[in-house]
Write a protein that binds this ligand. Structure first.
Ligand SMILES: Nc1ncnc2c1ncn2[C@@H]1O[C@H](COP(=O)(O)OP(=O)(O)OP(=O)(O)O)[C@@H](O)[C@H]1O
Ligand SMILES: [Mg+2]
Length: 445
């Protein structure tokens, strides 16, 4: 039995970016304050899952949660040993599991090339056929690709498909999730660093560009890269060269870059947060993944697919869905896109305990899109009140940024049980910075 520190990083859901490092023999995860790792997400049960040191390794099990605990899309049921890089799902929150001493930084993930070939894009709406045709065309070039689309629409899936179909990609697919990394580490993560380049850099390390050499580098949420990192990225795209942080040696990488964002990059340029030259460079090969509400004819196919995937594992198995339930799903607007549809079906299947899903199994649906709707309606209200002009996005943008920041800070304080030093650590910022932010954002503690 090996006691080995591990790290959990929230990659989606309201607690996104919060991470937790531990070597405790037992760790309870859930929404309730009494859990060791509190995940403030209404789709997470009070006591949802437990991670425990066992004879075979570090294992996770479900604690009779309302919607189950999943690892890489498989229900963990009574137990499953975790491997570095596993994706744990509790409700709408996804957590990345890695061992502390693992080579990869928390925001990085290397996919097994063979496994990603299995990624199938479901849907035969005309827009999806066009998307598949584009992916095929992209297989013959090495140029950088920009994937645009709302959250949950399938950008990462498309990136995997581009990588898998690429004619001569023998190397790995390396993913760098910019928002999941502390800002100070993004450049080192991308380009590597020399020994002593910054406090804590005890040895030289390669970056994602080096590890993805001969393969694909997927830069998720590129809209959140800092301007300095954007400049360096542009340089690699233009002449294939870069330096490690703190180094002079000129390095090369043949990694093919695929970048994705759900932000409006033109608005980001306008606001001075995104480099125009980088945008022009990236948008040469642009793939737009349409939101689910614009391809509702795909809903029956997606439903069928997810019912097959999750239904066969349920006890008793769920085999189908009745007409009135399907019609309700087709009517709904899916602000969280395919991810929300997938999670709703998964939850309904776990709760149903009968072979055919009915309309009543989706009663919670209207509630699940609430956060997005609230945000939208705040913007709409302000517009109606004349507080902002039609077509002015800056309000929406700042509302977003401030709200996100506020939420993230509140959450970190919750996770840290009000301990500000710990909360600042979780956020990767100095304690003084946290105090400033608390004051500026009017968060009372
Ligand atoms: N067309 C599709 N067919 C099957 N599964 C899909 C499809 N589109 C999305 N999914 C599934 O929905 C989930 C969300 O997709 P993905 O992670 O690719 O979205 P995303 O656009 O990267 O979202 P975000 O902006 O939040 O990162 C994933 O589990 C993915 O496998
Ligand atoms: Mg994504």
């Amino acid at each position: 039995m090996l006691k080995k520190p591990y790290r959990l990083l929230v990659v989606t859901g309201p607690a996104r970016s919060v991470q937790f490092e531990t070597d405790r023999p037992v760790l309870r995860l859930g929404r309730d304050e009494s859990c060791d790792f509190v995940i403030p997400d209404t789709t997470v049960s009070r006591a949802h899952a437990e991670i425990r040191l066992s004879e075979e390794g570090i294992a996770i099990r479900d604690l009779e949660s309302a919607n189950g605990t999943w690892v890489n899309d498989e229900s963990v049921g009574r137990g499953r040993v975790l491997r570095s890089g596993d994706r744990i799902e509790l409700g709408d929150s996804q957590l990345l599991f890695t061992f502390e001493d693992d080579y990869a930084a928390p925001g990085t993930l290397s996919h097994d090339t063979r496994r990603s070939r299995g990624a199938s894009i479901i849907g035969s709406a005309p827009a999806m056929d066009a998307l598949r045709a584009t992916i095929e065309r992209l297989a013959t070039t090495d140029a950088a690709v920009l994937i645009l689309g709302e959250s949950g629409s399938g950008k990462e899936l498309v990136a995997k498909a581009i990588h898998a179909s690429h004619a001569h990609s023998l190397g790995p697919l390396v993913t760098v999730n910019a928002p999941a990394l502390p800002r100070s580490l993004v450049e080192s993560e991308l380009f590597g660093h020399e020994r002593g380049a910054f406090t804590g850099a005890a040895r030289r390390a390669d970056g994602a560009f080096t590890r993805a050499d001969g393969g694909t580098l997927f830069l998720d949420e590129i809209g959140e890269l800092e301007l300095a990192a954007q400049a360096k990225l542009l340089r690699v795209l233009e002449n294939g060269t870069f330096h490690r942080v703190g180094g002079n040696e000129e390095l090369r990488s043949t990694a093919r870059v695929i970048a994705a964002t759900n932000r409006d990059l033109e608005a980001e340029i306008e606001a001075g947060r995104f480099r125009e030259d980088l945008y022009y460079r990236l948008r040469v090969l642009q793939v737009v993944v349409p939101p689910l509400r614009e391809r509702k004819s795909d809903i029956p196919e997606l439903v069928d697919y997810f019912v097959r995937v999750f239904g066969s594992r349920a006890r008793p198995p769920v085999e189908s869905i009745d007409d009135s339930a399907l019609r309700a799903l087709e009517r709904y607007d899916w602000p969280g896109n395919v991810r929300q549809l997938k999670n709703s079906l998964r939850q309904a299947i776990v709760l149903a305990a009968k072979p055919v899903l009915a309309r009543s199994d989706f009663d919670g649906l209207e509630r699940s899109g609430d956060t997005e709707r609230l945000r939208r309606s705040a913007v709409e209200r302000a517009r109606a009140d004349g507080a902002i002009d039609e077509g002015d996005d800056s309000f929406e943008m700042s509302l977003n940024l401030e709200e996100n920041e506020r939420r993230l800070i509140r959450r970190s304080l919750e996770v840290a049980r009000g301990n500000k030093t710990k909360a600042a650590e979780l956020l990767g910022i100095a304690r003084n910075t946290l105090y400033e932010k608390l004051k500026r954002l009017g968060i009372d503690d």
